[in-house]
Design a binder for this molecule. Sequence first.
Ligand code: MN
Length: 434
Amino acid sequence: MFSLINRTVKRMVLHREKARPIVRISDTTLRDGLQTPGIRLAPEQRLTVAKALAGAGVHSIDCGFPAASPLDLEACRLIAKHVQGPVLSVHSRTKNEDIEASAEVMGKVSPFRRAISLFIGVSPTHREHKHNMNKAQIVDTIVRSVDRATRHFEIISFGPEDASRTEPEFLCEVYKEAIKAGALSIGFADTVGFLTPDKAGDRVKYILDHVPNIDDAMLGVHFHNDLGCATANSLAAVKAGANMVQGTINGIGERAGNAALEEIIVAITLHQDEFKRGVTVNVQALAGLSKLVAELTGFPLAPNKAVVGKNLFRTETGVHQDGLLKHVDTYMPFKPELIGAGPVEVMLGANSGRSAVRHKLAAAGMDVTEEHVETVMKYLKSDSVSEADLPEARQFIERMRPFLAQDEYGESRLTEAESVELDHSPTHAAGRQG
Ligand code: MN
């Protein structure tokens, strides 16, 4: 009787929550993100990231996989103890020992803020080669594990691995049974980053149309970036009706990484007319989150990384510089302040124009004559200034040095000789680029 009332109330709360016009942001930086080869974060560092994510207002945090490693166990314990706000979730196989370990580590968190994310591979490849189970055995395992988890958790999420390569009819059957057994949330995982945006949208629509009890669960999506489509796939899934998007800060994660949350959040924020829903995350916190994760993990952020790369707000090109100096919107899709970054940096390099050089000389507090501008321009175009040039030329260039974009990649610039060698040696060139 109690369980029936409990279920009815939970369902009502869920229906109300689902009706809100928001896209829920679920972070897995501390689980899938840390599966990046070579990244290792101490439990205290993970706590720092979790607090920052909570401060930014994410809906839920995938805290780790307690049964997988003592580091994860300790981190989950710390996060459970010290992080307020988001739903705190732990990753768990469909095994009793994992479920018990998850319950033990999350035991002190309020029942409405702790969650378990159960997973098992359901695609033909996973069924045959990994689990050696037929479809009926897989369904039975899922139902038993969800049922077992209801002993300890009010919020149970079930996210089958390799969902994108699973027969759609079987996938929907699996979801239906998991929801019937008590899962409040189901996940669509493109585990190997295989889909394209149209297919991602179609698969989400298919699930919404073919899982008969889908009203009783949230649908979350989880994409990987192997084909460079993770963000586009996530956005297509949102448009098709997914309630929640999972990803990582800076897109770190297995192989090519997970969908980068900062990209998804900014795209949804800039295109409210298209998505008809917003996010509850504080967009201004994104630059700080990105920096924090990059620094703690030591995982380099490409300068041209979408949304948060440092080149997003810098330019070396004359026409762009001239436009940006007149109005920042001329050559940027959004102002750096939107994500808490900035200011815009005008860099000097071979592509720079006179107005940028003049601007920089003046900003450095120097009396600008056209001769000075010419000297710097000559240096930028040729990398050298002869002794015959203005005696103070070197002084100008030293003063300009912080703005010189060319110093950025100094080590990797090819000499003329190397360029010639590469041109005649395709194998060597391929080796270099690989
Ligand atoms: Mn994943």
